[in-house]
Ligand binder design. Structure first.
Ligand code: ADP
Length: 450
């Protein structure tokens, strides 16, 4: 089935991702509406859009997260679809539902799928039933102390107590011995209650040296689903990804095919629509599901670079009612890609460094892509996250990719603010990074060194 393509898409986001979505819209001949807070009147996503609407003051809760104002912007401009990008309202089931009620297409999955995957216990149960491997742990939430002791004893210490509504690493406690279990569980509960208004917790095995490997999936909501391989996002600080690569240096073609097929089959059975990411911890050759993100990811370009598939374009096509035009056998992986997240932050303390960019010279050349929403003279506002751009490099082999990344980083000049570029210059010179030998704790150990 093919649907009628949209005439006008409103992009409910800012920064590099708003521009990224505009690019896909323009290539499809769709006109674009930018929304912005008063702090973003000068932003590039506003300048390049066909139309723009100011939706409120700087605070995200009064602008980018304000559903009535976004709806009004759709009405004023006559937009027939909304792309939420990542962050902000991208995983808000209520927002998706309200748009559908107003006959505006939400470019993403159904609100029901967003809701299920937003609840960690429901998500884990759902994917487990579909044959996806999960971390061994309690079945559902823990309701009493006796059950907690029994479950943790069966799994074996160390265990991890996690909040069902958790996010951003909050409400999580590692427990190494039984005598600490009940107090840690109480602490996790009260942290979760305060942060999410829900004190449901569950227990799972704590993996000590996993890698973070995620599988990109794509479904059309008409029974077809494919996978686009994995991304290795093990280089993290405080659960925030810093550098991502595809393919993972630790997977071979067989294990890639096996986990990819398992996940694609599950998504087809779920009748999932749009782009999604199934996140796993990977240890000793085994995959353990941790969560599913029902949206586009920051790191999606590394997948685009090795598959040649424009993920945003496919998102828009599928949302308009088209079937997937790509089948699994059409997907081929070519070369290696690495993404560095360039943040306006001090490269050691990670203190945000907003302010005016007095000089901006991005790198170029074969295999180099810079996705960014900033420009020379732009004043980075202090209200939002500090990502100002992404440097993505592609090479025929991992080694070529690393050499090219080193070269591209050396060309990148940003003056007036502090950025994380010096950190990447240091990282690519580390033998463990060159050899692809790192787990999810590697970066924090490295940063902890005097
Ligand atoms: P959140 O939604 O709060 O980010 P996740 O379930 O995605 O929570 O987990 C965040 C991070 O916590 C993971 O990327 C991983 O580093 C760590 N983590 C989660 N579950 C486990 C586990 N069972 N064992 C070891 N580390 C884990």
């Amino acid at each position: 089935m093919t649907g009628a393509m949209f005439d006008k898409v409103l992009i409910a986001n800012r920064g590099e991702i708003a521009l990224r979505i505009q690019r896909a819209c323009k290539e499809l001949g769709i006109s674009t509406v930018a929304v912005h807070s008063t702090a973003d009147a000068e932003a590039m996503h506003v300048r390049l859009a066909d139309e723009s609407v100011c939706i409120g003051p700087p605070q995200a809760s009064d602008s980018y997260l304000n559903i009535p104002r976004l709806l009004a912007a759709c009405e004023i401009t006559g937009a027939d679809a909304v792309h939420p990008g990542y962050g902000f309202l991208s995983e808000n089931a209520r927002f998706a539902e309200i748009l559908e009620d107003h006959n505006i297409t939400f470019i993403g999955p159904t609100s029901e799928h967003i809701r299920i995957m937003g609840d960690k216990i429901a998500a884990k149960e759902t994917v487990q039933k579909l044959g996806i491997p999960v971390v061994p742990g309690s079945e559902g939430g823990i309701t009493n102390e006796k059950q907690a002791i029994k479950v943790a004893g069966e799994i074996g210490y160390p265990v991890l107590v996690k909040a069902a509504s958790g996010g951003g690493g909050r409400g999580m406690k590692v427990v190494t011995k039984e005598s600490d279990l009940l107090s840690s569980m109480a602490a996790a509960r009260s942290e979760a209650k305060a942060a999410f208004g829900d004190d449901t917790v569950y227990i799972e095995k704590f993996l000590t040296k996993p890698r973070h490997i995620e599988i990109q999936v794509f479904g059309d909501g008409q029974g077809n689903a494919i996978h686009l391989g994995e991304r290795d996002c093990s280089l993290q600080r405080r659960h925030q990804k810093v550098l991502e690569e595809a393919p993972s240096p630790s997977l071979n073609a067989d294990s890639r095919k096996k986990i990819g097929e398992t996940v694609a089959k599950a998504m087809s059975e779920l009748n999932y629509r749009g782009a999604g990411t199934i996140e796993f911890l990977y240890e000793d050759g085994e995959f353990y599901f941790i969560e599913m993100n029902t949206r586009l990811q920051v790191e999606h370009p590394v997948t685009e670079m090795i598959t040649g598939i424009d993920l945003v374009l496919e998102q828009i096509r599928v949302a308009s009612g088209s079937q997937l035009t790509i089948s699994q056998s059409d997907v081929t992986f070519s070369g290696h890609a690495i993404e560095c997240r360039i943040n306006a932050e001090n490269p050691r303390t990670f203190r945000p460094s907003p302010g005016r960019i007095t000089y901006w010279h991005p790198p170029g050349g074969l295999g180099v892509r810079v996705d960014s929403g900033v420009y020379q003279g732009y004043n980075i506002p202090p209200y939002y996250d500090s990502l100002i751009g992404k440097l993505i490099v592609h090479g025929k082999t991992r080694n070529e990719c690393l050499m090219r990344l080193k070269r591209a980083l050396s060309e990148f000049v940003i003056d007036g603010i502090e950025t994380t570029i010096p950190l990447f210059n240091e990282l690519i010179r580390q033998p463990d990074i060159a050899n692809g030998m790192y787990d999810i704790h590697w970066l924090e150990r490295f940063l902890g060194k005097p």
